[in-house]
Design a binder for this molecule. Structure first.
Ligand code: F6P
Length: 409
């Protein structure tokens, strides 16, 4: 290596399309900037769309045997590499090269050229078929697929991924590399040979669940709520609908690109008017956010449970967190799926300013306790009203939990 200035850093993203590379690159950039570290992203996809007047979204453009496509992609990669070098030569401190970089050949060449500062490779992996599917469905809403029907756009994007897979080789033999499960924010492999500037900060950012603004809402009042009945799939009462409209008014001037709900009618009905008041917003129902399954007690009221199944009532009272309803769930057994729902929501929403979840009483308790430590025995008693919502901020520089009313009269 030529003489290395250790104060500056190149980060090279690696991974197949739709593996969360850009989300991570953006998260790094924003947080490094908050720490006064001048950072810029050099994204090959953006450059391709800007530079090439013709359509490059069709899958064959990515076929490694297509010389014209391969040459153009190589050219774009080189332009960004040189722009990144220029940036660090001047005032920049961290340059992030955001591209697939899936072939060992491309990575070797990149490391060879970028020899004036250390290079850190961050490889993003996500093996979760369901998330990948949802992620692809979101990708095809991008302007570059606008000329295609949704199903053909999905097929086209999948074919693009297959072409990348055909030349993919996992990162190894690099001096500095992190392999990251980008859904679970888990480091799977870490090899650091050089003194990487800001590595403590970068590593921490890679593993942390961060949300800039999470609005955690409980669905509006339902017919079951009126009778204190649990579970089921009842709809909102008139009051519940009015609550949903009040929420919609309250959030009208905040940009909410996506609302995650459960698959139950009551959360979707609550989210619907909120979505309607937004300019560009979609609802994504996740089964992971369904309310606790109370098994044999579904649709019963607490009083009925006490009278008809006193053993259930007493056992749950003794240890509400650990108690599992016969044929159903308990807080303890919901934890894994709710955590998975949170990961899914964060992954699919791609680091936006605001994210919203409309959930249920028990589910929202679990979501809150994911970000705010509570002893397990206290989790099933966290206050989750229907006339207020939680505003949660969990970033490296700020933690906030605020219970706020939304109905300003
Ligand atoms: O009553 C509404 C509800 O969401 C039920 O569907 C659910 O079983 C219950 O709240 C969860 O709260 P708890 O664990 O306190 O019974």
């Amino acid at each position: 290596m030529a003489s290395i200035n250790r104060k500056k850093l190149y980060i090279v993203m690696v991974g197949l399309p739709a593996r969360g590379k850009s989300t991570i690159a953006n998260k790094l950039k924003e947080n490094l900037a908050k720490n006064h570290i001048r950072t810029r992203i050099f994204n090959n996809g953006d450059l391709r769309r800007r530079l090439s007047p013709e359509d490059t979204s069709y899958p064959e453009f990515y076929d490694p045997r297509n010389r014209k496509g391969a040459d153009l992609r190589e050219k774009i990669a080189m332009i960004n590499i040189h722009r990144a070098m220029n940036y660090l030569d001047r005032t920049g401190q961290v340059a992030i090269l955001d591209a697939t970089n899936v072939s060992a050949k491309r990575r070797e060449k990149t490391a060879e050229i970028l020899n004036t500062h250390p290079v850190l490779f961050i490889e993003c992996i996500n093996q979760d078929a369901e998330i990948l599917k949802a992620s692809i469905e979101q990708k095809v809403t991008l302007p570059e697929f606008r000329h295609l029907e949704r199903e053909s756009a999905i097929q086209s994007f999948k074919q693009r991924i297959r072409y990348y897979e055909s030349i993919y080789s996992p990162v190894d033999k690099q001096r500095n590399a992190v392999r990251l499960d980008s859904l679970y924010n888990r480091i799977l492999h870490e090899e650091i040979s050089d003194d990487i500037p800001h590595y403590d900060l970068i590593r921490d950012l890679l593993v942390a669940d961060t949300v800039k603004n999470l609005f955690l809402i409980r669905h509006g009042e339902t017919y079951f709520n009126l009778e204190n009945r649990i579970g089921g799939n009842s709809g909102l009462t008139e009051n519940g609908k009015a609550q949903a409209k009040a929420l919609a008014r309250y959030f009208k001037n905040k940009k909410i690109p996506v609302i995650f709900t459960s698959r139950k009618k009551r959360t979707i009905q609550t989210a619907f008017p909120i979505m309607q008041e937004q300019e560009d917003c979609s609802i994504i129902p996740l089964k992971e956010f369904n309310e606790i399954d109370s098994g044999v007690c579904e649709a019963m009221s607490y009083r009925e449970i006490r009278d008809v199944m006193p053993h259930v009532y007493a056992a749950r009272k003794r240890n509400k967190y650990a108690y599992i309803y016969p044929d159903g769930e308990g807080y303890v057994s919901m934890k894994e799926r709710v955590d998975r729902g949170i990961k899914k929501a964060l992954y699919l929403s791609r680091n936006p300013q605001n994210i919203m979840i409309v959930g249920h009483r028990a589910v929202n308790r679990m979501i809150l306790s994911h970000f705010l430590y509570r002893r397990e025995e206290d989790v099933p008693y966290i206050y989750i009203p229907q006339d207020k919502f939680y505003h949660i901020v969990a970033t490296q520089n700020k933690k906030l939990f605020q219970l706020r009313p939304y109905n300003r009269g």
